[in-house]
Design a protein around this ligand. Sequence first.
Ligand code: ATP
Ligand code: MG
Length: 420
Amino acid sequence: MTSEHECYVYIVLPGTAEFVTAGRFRVAQAPGGEAVGEFVYGRRYLERTDAVELDPVELRLRRGKYETARMQGFFGAIRDSMPDYWGRRIIEKNAGHAQLEEFDYLKRGPDDRAGALGFGLNVQPPAPQRTFNRTLDLERLQVAADAVINNQADIAGSAASQVEALMLLGTSMGGARPKAVVEHDQDLWLAKFTRQDDRWNHPRVEHGLLKLASACSLTVADSKINTIADRDVLLVRRFDRDRTEGGYRRHRLVSALTLLQIDEGPMARTDWSYILLADEIRRVSAEPATDLRELFARMCFNAAVSNLDDHPRNHAIIAKERDWRLSPAYDLTPAPVIAKDRRDLSMTCGKFGRYANRENLLSDHARFLLSKDEAAALLHNIVETVRLQWRPEMRRAGVSEADCETIADAFLYDGFFYEA
Ligand SMILES: Nc1ncnc2c1ncn2[C@@H]1O[C@H](COP(=O)(O)OP(=O)(O)OP(=O)(O)O)[C@@H](O)[C@H]1O
Ligand SMILES: [Mg+2]
């Protein structure tokens, strides 16, 4: 029997805080066949003068049917709105033994997803989610997250409180680390928890790295540390939400994975590339020169601090109005590597592949619309700022001396300066 799933796709248009119906998404799979996804913009939506595209590469505004056989029929912009490893784990825990299909993760994910899209079975959109966790709930959420990680059968005493804890913890935001969304100071924040097996204080180190990136003149997400009991939680302000009187405005957010039209499978990794990403950003950004300069600096920063988990889901473009721009930087963490001669970023960063090395980083400067001298000056500034500031920034972020020692090898490793 052919399996078929269908839902409506809603969007919060620029300047508003309510969903409108944008189109219909459908996935069909014949037995033994490939899943094929279809998306059509609604006729009424296309008639609106304020209609906007879901993304600037795959689902441009136009009449007619879009089809894809990639990623089990899921278009990139829809995949970007779905939970990833962490959110899926919570959904699976909630589902018990039920067999889940890919579509279930879309339907069962809560309405706190990254970007401006929503999904549902009625042609009329629901009111967007209005109540969120508060920072007061963080302690409970951290306890529940520990229980999920440790695979404890019982995470909260009674069955009813277990269901409630999982519901609070569930999120459609992506990523693998334990997290939840909380409302704090009239804003929405991504709360990133510690894992008991972390080798250092992740919240504080990520906070310190975001501040160090900012000291290197990069545009980064706002962050702060919240300490409950003796555990630290990193709060990262969501740049895809802005509070207004009528609720939250939602900004479209599309990952670099979608922009490059690639997936996360091992076969696609050869196309994970800053250079190709630069080409796409040059085409879609409203300010290509500024955004490419920023992307180049981010790539250099990641190499200088061994943030080697800089995969294409850790880069995004955002549209607060009609136009697309590179989003602020997020998810910065030093990798615990020992190699001194060669470390590789997750994406190609020059003519010598993924090698996190000064000469390699500079080798394709023109693709970022930078002259050789401009690129060299940007890189030099980042190297000197990292050299002088990494430790003071970490200490200001409350990272202990011991943790500074543990991560010290991440900064400006030897091979960074070798001849490529
Ligand atoms: N400040 C932010 N505002 C809006 N969206 C964000 C923000 N920070 C992260 N995101 C979105 O949430 C996702 C998960 O966040 P993040 O990458 O920090 O989590 P993670 O679990 O550390 O990820 P990974 O699996 O890459 O280690 C990101 O891929 C991005 O789509
Ligand atoms: Mg991430």
